[in-house]
Design a protein. Structure first.
Length: 391
């Protein structure tokens, strides 16, 4: 029922625009505001949201619309398209009341800043939004860092301005893209771990002055201090809808705890079994399987997707897809022994240089790397941990 009401609202709101866009001109009393929405409980909403609200008497009837660049269609192949970097978003138009209902339902807040544009710039902004809303222009290829709901709003406001728009806010320290998203992920440890596995060195690049505005609350902050010619671009932010959703407490079932426990079990069982002169245990095979699967994923994201942020991923130094193959072959083969030897040397170097790499690796991966070293040393030098045999 909720979906039907939203569809009807969208149809009513957009009916006029799809008939003859050129007849609609923003009035001198038109009001544009920047809407900044707080974090939600799901990964896709944890970073917040940005949209533009438009209030006006348009051709004799009052409208209160939201132009929303954050709309996507959830289909059966949604996650596959997202993984490939081929996910399309589009500009949608809806009544503010319905837009607000979703945030009331999820307990998320909404802040509003009025755009203090001239009448001419308001009309140009409206014309650009209407042009963007035309069926052939609505869809765009989504990029989390460079082309999303927040950056689209920033860019179209700047395009509509006849005066110079300068973002003057100076942050206390430089951020990388990874730093910028970390504060949202502290309470989602498994998502944090997965994202750190997927993102490569491009995310450890220090951001430019405007790059941080890919995050909605950073965009709101920068617009607060932005200049518009000799004046200011926006009014101070006001709370339209108070937020009720709070980030949850961290669970004890975190990647660092789980993989740390796995490493402990691996050492414990490996030590007991080694006293009986066996080279490996089922736990070792399980460990290689997990690492190998991670390697396959990282390799796929680097070489077979359109994502720019997943290239040059140093996690492949430890999460080698070859480990997946080794699960199904004998470790007594000469090429396997050679692999263990050189891979163990590489992993030891990696551990020593862990905090000096150009890419920040997640700390939870460290027990997995140590587990690989433990396997490698035992397979490469089988007598290293074995009990001495006496005659």
């Amino acid at each position: 029922m909720k979906n039907i009401l939203i569809f009807l609202s969208l149809f009513v709101a957009s009916a006029g625009l799809t008939q003859d866009n050129k007849q609609y001109i923003a009035s001198p009393n038109a009001r544009f505001t920047l809407l900044s929405c707080t974090s939600g409980p799901d990964l896709y909403s944890i970073f917040g949201h940005t949209a533009i609200r438009y209030e006006d008497s348009l051709n004799g009837r009052w409208v209160d619309w939201v132009f929303n660049y954050g709309t996507f269609e959830f289909s059966d192949d949604f996650y596959w398209k997202f993984a490939q970097g081929k996910l399309d978003y589009k500009l949608s138009l809806e009544d503010f009341g319905n837009f607000q209902q979703e945030y009331i339902y999820t307990g998320r807040g909404i802040y509003e800043q009025e755009l203090l544009l001239t009448v001419e710039d308001k009309r140009k902004l409206f014309a650009l939004l209407v042009e963007n809303y035309e069926p052939q222009n609505r869809t765009y290829r989504y990029d989390f860092f460079y082309d999303n709901c927040a950056t689209r709003v920033r860019d179209i406001i700047r395009r509509s301005s006849s005066r110079s728009v300068e973002f003057t806010y100076v942050r206390a320290k430089e951020w990388t893209f990874r730093d910028a998203i970390q504060r949202y992920l502290d309470h989602m440890p498994w998502s944090d771990f997965g994202i750190d596995l997927a993102l490569g060195m491009p995310c450890d690049k220090v951001m430019g002055k405007e790059d941080v505005m890919f995050l909605p609350d950073s965009l709101m902050n920068d617009f607060t201090y932005a200049s518009y010619g000799d004046g200011v671009l926006t009014s101070p932010a006001t709370e339209v809808l108070p937020f009720e959703y709070e980030l949850g407490d961290r669970s004890l079932i975190t990647p660092i705890n789980v993989f740390g426990l796995l490493f402990f079990i691996q050492i414990l069982i490996g030590g007991i079994v080694f006293r009986k002169y066996r080279k490996y245990t089922p736990v070792d095979r399980l460990h290689m399987l997990l690492v190998g699967l991670v390697g396959v994923l990282v390799f796929f994201l680097w070489f077979f997707t359109d994502h720019t942020a997943t290239k040059w991923n140093l996690n492949l130094l430890w999460a080698n897809p070859i480990n997946f193959i080794l699960v199904f072959v004998s470790w007594k083969r000469s090429w396997v022994q050679a692999y263990f030897k050189w891979n163990t040397i590489l992993l030891i170097i990696l551990v020593v240089s862990w905090f000096f790499l150009p890419q920040r690796l997640h700390l939870a991966a460290l027990p997995m790397v140590l587990g690989l070293i433990f396997i490698g040393l035992r397979s490469w030098r089988p007598g290293l941990f074995a009990k001495e045999k006496r005659g």
